[in-house]
Each structure stands twice: as structure tokens, then as C-alpha cells.
Design a protein around this ligand. Sequence first.
Ligand SMILES: Cc1ncc(COP(=O)(O)O)c(C=O)c1O
Length: 477
Amino acid sequence: MSSEYLPPSVGAELGRQALDAQAERNFYARGACSPTLPEIDGVSVTELIAQFGSPLFVFSENSLRDQARRMREAFRSRYDNTQFAWSYKTNYLNAICTVFHQEGWMAEVVSDFEYHKARKLGIPGGNIIFNGPYKPRSILERAISEGALIQIDNWDELSLVEELTRHLSKPLDVGIRVWLDAGIRPVWSKFGFSVENGEAGRAADRVARNSRLRLHTLHTHIGTYILAPGAYAVAAAKLVALREQIFAEHQHLVPCINLGGGFPSHSLLHGMEGPAERVIPPIEAYADAIAEVLNRLPAKKRPQLRFESGRHLVDDAGYLLTSVVAIKGVRHPVAVNADLTGRDYKDQMLLGEQARASYVMDAGVNLLYTATWYQINALPARVVNAPPSPVRLYGPLCMSIDVVRYSVDLPPLSVGDVVTLHPVGAYNLSQSMQFICYRPAVVLIDANGKPEIIRAREVLDDIQRPERLPAHLGGKA
Ligand SMILES: Cc1ncc(COP(=O)(O)O)c(C=O)c1O
């Protein structure tokens, strides 16, 4: 082994910009101003911060409903027998789930916690699709007794379902989850039974032979943020072929196929070039691709089609309002009204890292897990009359990995400036971590433009409630 220290070499695979990345060496015009976001649904972002504090998650109820309605229309106009479920894990705040339930969405859950949540919101078991690779015995028992659709993920779970349904007098509808190669890499092979090696057929066969079970759904979820509508056509065709095979062997026509989620939002991955509207296919393109496969079947043989989307429905409706709390990298004239000379600008370009301005924001990767993969747009609330240049956005954590954007073009900002991060509605809240900070409040702007708190800012008691101090450490016995 070499005694010299060899630093790990970091490629661009995480999308992080190398110091000499093209963007840093762009000496050509970047435009005189940058996009801003002064308000959301007519409500001023600076007033929202003044009223509810910073940082602040904000959701637009209109956007949630518009997106759900557009998706419903896209599919039902091409394939009427389509049903939708809301993927709880994407964002399980009660208010968000309720909006989708009001729009007619079922609940798709993947754990005991999510199952409890759906039931507590009043969703009957029969309107719950239960996915996930691990469903503990106690929750499976409850879900079976309440008539939820269990999507069986593996052989051990199938054995457990068989055991738990032995006493039933009438058969229980179940689904099996399968994985297949739809041309997307990587293939998500962690979940379900393989179609290509015959495992899915064998699992279906075992269900079909069990008089206590009725195979209701063939389910696959090929991945998330799938940019190729054609991949869904491949997946649909493979599920239809599996369904035909089951029919040939058991004269049972599986009533439903579920193509999971995976439709993209208007986020871009690191390294992708925008604008998002140009590179993200519209939902109608996915509906075309899928309906084309199913409509080829004779009308009597067409299955019910189900989806359980998350990202596509909620991401664009969610914003994170943050404030600049400190400015670093002072070679760059970051203060407002500072004299932004060509010389300073050039210095930054030539010196790169050393001269880069960075802003410390009051929200970081504790609240933005998805910043690892996605280029989250940073939109100042006010117009700054100075050209943008590449800056770094840090979060407030005592961790050097707490970087929301490694390089994003922004005009000079001041402490106290509000910057909105968008889109951030999918996964960030449910994956947020309570590390050294309180998690912020969440506000829903309703259809009348009224902001309503849907999750209060955390306080010490919220976090400490489950803790116990043993008597020998001074706690009460
Ligand atoms: C089984 C299942 N269904 C639906 C979803 C929702 O996916 P998306 O947010 O990409 O629509 C997921 C997320 O990974 C999932 O695992």
C-alpha cells in the first residue's frame, strides 16, 4: 500500500459539479437578471415567512388538485377503467392525503405506520393497497381482517398470508408484486417476484391453487422518475402476458393490473439541462403508451388499470421557503448595491472555489433529502438588479455535506433575503430528519388563497416526549 495519502477521487456520478465544470468556465452572458418567486398562489412569500417563521414548507392545494385531475383525465379519457391510489410515503401529512382522498384516490401504504395513518383518516380497509417488502405479522392480520389488498412481495410473506387466511370462510383478494425488465436501468429487482425467470408465474400458480385466496392484482413498480413513457408500455405488455399465462393454466382472468408509480415531476436531476417543461414528458404521453397496449385487448378481457403515484402528484405543489443567514466567500461582492465590477466577476471565474460566494441558509439536507439527486431551483423573492453568478447554498447543519446546491446561478443576496426552493413536495418531508434543529411548520394555501398550518413547527416536547430519564440519572421513578 502506498504511504502517500491518496484522496478519494470523486467523479460526477452524484451529479456534483467538479470545480472546473463547464458552468464555472462560462464566460459568456448569463443574462442580466434571474428568475424570482415573489408569491405562491397570490400569497407573498415574505409575508408567509413573517407570519409563520423561516424556514417554512408551503403547499398549494390548487396545484395538488389540478395535477390529480389532469392525471385522471389523461388516463380515463384513454382507458376508462382506471383507478388511482395515493402513495403515502411520498408525503403522508394528513391534509395532503385528504386532498387526494377527496379527489377519489385510494390509499397505498407500505408499513404498519402508514396503514394506521390511512385507517385513522377514515379510509376503509377495502380502499387500501398494502405494498412493501416487510409487513409485520400483527399488521398483516389486521389488514386481512379489514379487507385491504395485500400485495405479496416474497415467498415468506406468501407463506404467512396462507397461514393467516387458513380460517377464512370466503377467499381473500390479494395481489402479487413482480419485477421485470422494462428497459430501465437499474432494474428494481429488490421487490416482488421475477417475471423473466418464471418466479412470478410460480407465485401466481401457488395463489391460484389456494382456495382461500383469489388473485386480484398483478403489480409492478418499475422505478421512480421514469422519463420514458415506452417503458410503461413494455411493463404493461409483460403483465398482460403473465395474465394470459395464468388464464391459460387456471382459467382465472386476473381482474386488475397495477403499474405502480414513477411518473416524473418537473424536477431535474443533477447534470440535466432544462427547462423541465421541455425534457419531462407530459402525463398524456404515459397515458397514450399504456392505453395503447391495453386497448389492443378484446374489450371483455381488458383489466382494471391502477396506479399509485407519488412524486408526479405532489412534488411541484411543494415549496420550501428559506432565508439567507450568512454570506461567505467575500471576494465576490455579495452585498446588495456593492460595486459589481467585471474584475470581481472575472476573479471568481478564474479562481473558482476560492472566490466563490456561498450563502448559509436556514434549511439544508435535513429537510431536503432529495437534493442529493435533484437540482432544486433556488428562487429569490425579490428582483436584484445585478447579474447572477455561480454560488453555493449551504444548509445550517454542522456537517460539511449539508449543501443544497453546489453551484447555482444567483444574483447577489443579503442576509435576510428569502429564497424559495422548488419543487420539493415529494419525499422531503417524509424523509426529513430531526438532526439538531426543529422541523419547520408546513402551510397549505387553500383554494381561496388562505394559508393554513397543516403541521406546526416542532417544539422541544415533540421530540423529547418518547424519552425516559432513569431514576438513577435523576428521573422520576
Ligand atoms: C410500490 C410503490 N408504489 C408507488 C411508489 C410511488 O412512486 P413515485 O413517487 O415515483 O410515483 C413507490 C415509490 O417508490 C413504490 O415503492
